[in-house]
Design a protein around this ligand. Structure first.
Ligand code: NDP
Length: 280
């Protein structure tokens, strides 16, 4: 029978652990603080970060949202430099996408590694690649955390990763390799994609194409983690995997919504607690 990889259960466990960390920190007179910097022109992102900050406050983390109405790189630079040197701030999220006029790549290097709770600084990415201590991008780590929670082993497994972005595909592949899996990164120019996906033990799908991965890409008994968040014609949130079409073929599959998303949010908060702990 197919196991549903329920992200809400995993997130609850992570949040409970974070609440314990918060207690430890407050006993030492430290209150962890997360600051989210966001361009104000994106309403759905704004509602996502408001949800995240409410969740943070529920477990005792201070959360501040800085809405930036100016669209110059300089304004963001100024804000990030201030947060970087503020000892009361432990975690910084520079929420993407940023306005087109802003140099997002240059700004990502301004989030100091010790506060880079979503692993966007190229130095954090380098450390991840080198299997050194750093915060991995939370979504990428969420994939591994889900598999670990449900005792799905990684060592020696063949994993096809669909998508090569710096926030999901590439860091997922690094995390997998660091755990002794064999990762094949696929992208829009990959030839014979279905031949690669069908041979894998595990598929991690992060392409941003609603329901693209159907039964033609899947073989019986596979594990599938669906990272995608898309809206279908009816305005409903769906993943990159055609869940109804492939569920019965898989041994385990994550749903959308309720899969990777809640785990990502919980890990951002956990990282903030860990960043605060490392200042003690
Ligand atoms: P990007 O758009 O940055 O990257 C998409 C990747 O998918 C690219 O590497 C692209 O290839 C590849 N791709 C696109 N179409 C195909 C195709 N037909 N076949 C194979 N590969 C393809 O997206 P992100 O990595 O930022 O996000 C991916 C998905 O994950 C989105 O749906 C996003 O909403 C979701 N997401 C979910 C999060 C969560 O918390 N659950 C957090 C972050 C993202 P190429 O490089 O060649 O263009």
């Amino acid at each position: 029978m197919t196991k549903i990889l329920d992200g809400k259960i995993v997130a609850e466990k992570i949040n409970a652990d974070s609440a314990i960390l918060v207690k430890k920190l407050t006993e030492k007179s430290v209150t962890p603080k997360l600051v989210i910097v966001i361009g104000t022109n994106n309403k759905s992102l704004l509602s996502y970060v408001k949800g995240l900050s409410k969740q943070a406050e529920k477990i005792g983390i201070l959360a501040e949202i800085i809405e930036v109405s100016e669209t110059s790189t300089n304004k963001y630079e100024e804000i990030l430099n201030k947060l970087s040197s503020d000892p009361s701030v432990h975690g910084i999220i520079l929420q993407t996408p940023l306005p087109d006029s802003v140099d997002a790549a240059a700004l990502s290097a301004l989030v100091p590694v010790d506060k880079d709770v979503d692993g966007i600084n190229p130095a954090s990415a380098g450390r991840l690649l080198a299997n050194e201590k750093s915060f991995a991008p939370a979504t990428a780590e969420a994939v591994i955390t889900m598999l670990d929670y449900y005792n799905i082993g990684l060592s020696g497994k063949n994993v096809a990763v669909l998508g090569r972005s710096m926030i999901v595909g590439k860091p997922v592949a690094s995390l997998l390799i660091n755990r002794d899996a064999t990762a094949t990164i696929c992208h829009s120019k990959t030839q014979n994609l279905s031949e690669i996906t069908k041979k894998a033990d595990i598929l991690v799908v992060a392409i941003g194409r609603a329901n693209l991965v159907n039964a033609d890409y899947v073989s019986r008994g596979q594990v599938i983690v669906d990272v995608g968040i898309n809206f279908n014609e009816d305005g409903k949130i769906v993943g990159d995997v055609d869940f109804n079409n492939v569920e019965a073929m898989t041994s385990a599959i994550s749903p959308v919504p309720g899969g990777v998303g809640p785990v990502t949010a919980a890990l951002l908060l956990k990282h903030t607690c860990e960043a605060a702990l490392s200042t003690l």
